[in-house]
Design a protein around this ligand. Structure first.
Ligand code: UDP
Length: 339
């Protein structure tokens, strides 16, 4: 059965971080299948205008009592999807205390509240940044996790916490290690809106649109064919579908899994810029800049386990589709006329 065949009529989900980039796409997909996404968000990074498919509760996971109260108000909900976190790698290096507090303490408070209200299922958004620098590509889930960045370290700490809760208290979980989330919903109503924006594709689209001057291309001396870093870009709606498939897998008896969510294809930063020029018809003005601290040379997924465990196969993740949908969204947000 594919995600699209499934009917979640009336089934409720709590989406922590439902106002964010990936969270809003998860909410939309759940609602399309007849389910009810209940967003928990502190709106520090998420947007109220992105919560359109269900109710929301304004809550900060760092507040243990408030998190418990929010969970208790939705006691009947069995599945929690947790996507809320601080994500900007560079900021994490400068402010680790805030990162550990928001990501790790926040996740602990959520897990404690879930235990209290007997919510049995957790789908957690982790990251390929938990692996660290390794030459073994594509990356398998069994490879050692030695994260370089504070961001990756906080996500790995949460992974460990979830594994312990599974072992000791029977929490069922799927940890999804996303590769590079990108693209936007076809409808153009939701997309990537980070502030500050640090990601390659939105920054390059901004430069192509003539907004904000030239972008910086970080590092052209890497040990790769064109000297720039290599990443595995996965469309945000493919990521959203991985959450739906995880819920279906729970229905079929899955109790725990760690899964890479990527395509298995590595694409260089320069290839991204070239595709943007082709798709948008605009040149991408950029300056060469030194390497960005914390960046790994290459990262791409072995996606076999996700395919075998939850039936996940990317459907929208060609680089063209990713850039077309992202451009479609940003043209609307930035008021760029069609060429
Ligand atoms: N990058 C860049 N200029 C930017 C943003 C990103 O050259 O304005 C590079 C970055 O150094 C990395 C790649 O693009 O090599 C992907 O970075 P991004 O922040 O999009 O994702 P990450 O892989 O860090 O999660």
């Amino acid at each position: 059965m594919t995600a699209a065949d499934h009917n979640f009529a009336g089934r409720k989900f709590i989406i922590v971080g439902g106002a964010g980039y990936i969270g809003s796409h998860v909410c939309k997909m759940i609602a399309k299948l007849g389910g009810v996404p209940i967003t928990f968000d502190n709106f520090s990074a998420g947007h109220k205008h992105a919560v359109k498919w269900g109710p929301y509760v304004e809550v900060d996971l760092r507040d243990r009592a408030a998190t418990l109260a929010a969970m208790q108000a939705h006691k009947s909900v069995n599945t929690v999807i947790h996507l809320a976190s601080s994500i900007e790698v560079g900021i994490g290096e400068k402010h680790p205390a805030e990162f550990y507090d928001n990501n790790v303490s926040g996740a602990l408070n959520l897990l404690l509240a879930m235990r209290e209200t007997e919510a049995e299922r957790l789908i957690f958004s982790s990251t390929c940044a938990t692996y660290g620098e390794t030459q073994n590509m594509p990356l398998q889930e069994s490879q050692p996790q030695i994260p370089v960045s504070v961001y990756g370290k906080t996500k790995l700490a949460i992974e460990h916490m979830i594994q312990s809760f599974h072992k000791a208290y029977g929490l069922n979980y799927v940890t999804l290690r996303y590769f590079n989330a990108s693209g936007a919903d076809e409808g153009g109503d939701i997309g990537e809106e980070h502030d500050p924006e640090t990601h390659l594709i939105p920054n390059a689209l901004k430069a192509a649109a003539g907004l904000g001057g030239k972008m910086k291309l970080f590092g052209t001396d890497y040990d790769t064919p064109d000297g720039t870093c290599i990443r595995d870009y996965i469309h945000v709606n493919d990521i959203a579908r991985a959450h739906i498939l995880s819920e279906l897998a729970f229905d079929n008896g899955l109790q725990r899994a760690e899964l890479n969510i990527g395509t298995g294809q590595g694409v260089s930063n320069l290839e991204i810029l070239q595709t943007i020029e082709r798709v948008t018809g605009h040149a991408v003005p950029y300056d060469l800049a030194p390497r960005r601290e914390g960046d790994l040379t290459r990262l791409y997924a072995d996606s076999q386990r996700a395919r075998e465990t939850i039936g996940f196969v990317p459907e929208h993740s060609s680089i063209e589709t990713i850039i077309k949908t992202a451009w479609n969204f940003h043209k609307r947000v930035w008021n760029i006329p069609d060429k």
